[in-house]
Design a protein around this ligand. Structure first.
Ligand code: FPP
Length: 254
């Protein structure tokens, strides 16, 4: 994968002070991309990895500190067995292959989701990648794997209920910040921008709590074709939006 030098620096018409601090991506359309090219779906997933890698590097190049990608949902187990197995092997292989480069690029890797149900060899690679990159200070790269937003919220409720039951937490002390402490994404800022490729107008159980005030950008582009030019379009749209967080726009004539 090579990057057009023209896209290596932040495009001049983007305001570096108004970039999202955290971008989340629902990487949809790998299968359709492959089908359109008369190739098996797995080729789409392989190309999807290239697109993700370049987006991660682009975040570094353009000064966006955090990226979260939805790699595998709790619902994705319902896909044909060969595809699920292919994806698990792909994740493992990519982690093994890319870890050194992630270290060199100072990326901090974090996996979120119900990791206990993943194959053991993948879990080991996940553990290793998180441990090795723990003290890195560059891009925070979060990969949602066997992740479901509802499941995340339910497991947080259970963990808090258990603490209440054992007398460690008083019911009155349960507030948003305590709740957040029990989410998989503990310590990671909320996404400012959520990108979904392939045109579907859905959230698909992704970061339900965390995207409460994220700007949503949907593009018909299929994930393997989501390159820097597409990211530029997403960021341009983002910078044209007015984020009010439920308040009214502040004006001089109050
Ligand atoms: C959605 O396309 C894509 C996925 C379910 C898999 C995405 C995974 C990657 C790009 C690899 C990430 C790897 C690592 C290690 C982080 P789809 O299959 O739903 O496409 P379709 O809607 O066209 O069928």
């Amino acid at each position: 994968m090579s990057v057009d030098l023209a896209w290596q620096k932040l495009p001049v018409d983007l305001d570096p002070n108004r970039l999202p601090k955290h971008v989340a991506a629902i990487m949809d359309g790998n299968g359709r991309w492959a089908k359109n090219k008369g190739k098996p779906r797995i080729v789409g997933h392989q190309k999807g990895v290239d697109a993700l890698k370049d987006l991660l590097r682009c975040c570094k190049d353009w000064g966006i500190p955090a990226l979260t990608a939805y790699a595998f949902s709790t619902e994705n187990w319902g896909r044909p067995l060969e595809e699920v197995q292919f994806l698990m092997t792909l994740f493992e292989r990519v982690l093994r292959r890319e870890l050194q480069e992630m270290m060199a690029e100072n990326v901090k890797i974090r996996f979120v989701g119900n990791l206990t149900d993943l194959p053991k060899s993948l879990r080991q690679e996940i553990e290793r990648s998180m441990q090795d990159t723990e003290n890195n200070t560059g891009t925070q790269f979060t990969i949602a794997t066997n992740y479901g937003g509802r499941q995340e919220i339910v497991q947080a409720c259970r963990a808090i209920a258990s603490k209440v039951e054992r007398g460690y937490v008083e019911v009155e002390k349960i507030d948003e910040s305590l709740f957040e402490e029990h989410l998989y994404t503990k310590g990671i800022t909320h996404p400012d921008l959520l990108i979904r490729t392939s045109g579907e107008m859905r959230i698909s159980n992704f970061l339900l709590w965390q995207i409460a005030y994220a700007e949503i950008y949907v593009t018909p582009t299929l994930w393997p074709d989501f390159d820097r030019a597409e990211f530029y379009k997403a960021l341009t749209t983002y910078q044209q939006r007015e984020r009010r967080f439920g308040k009214v726009k502040s004006t001089n004539n109050k």
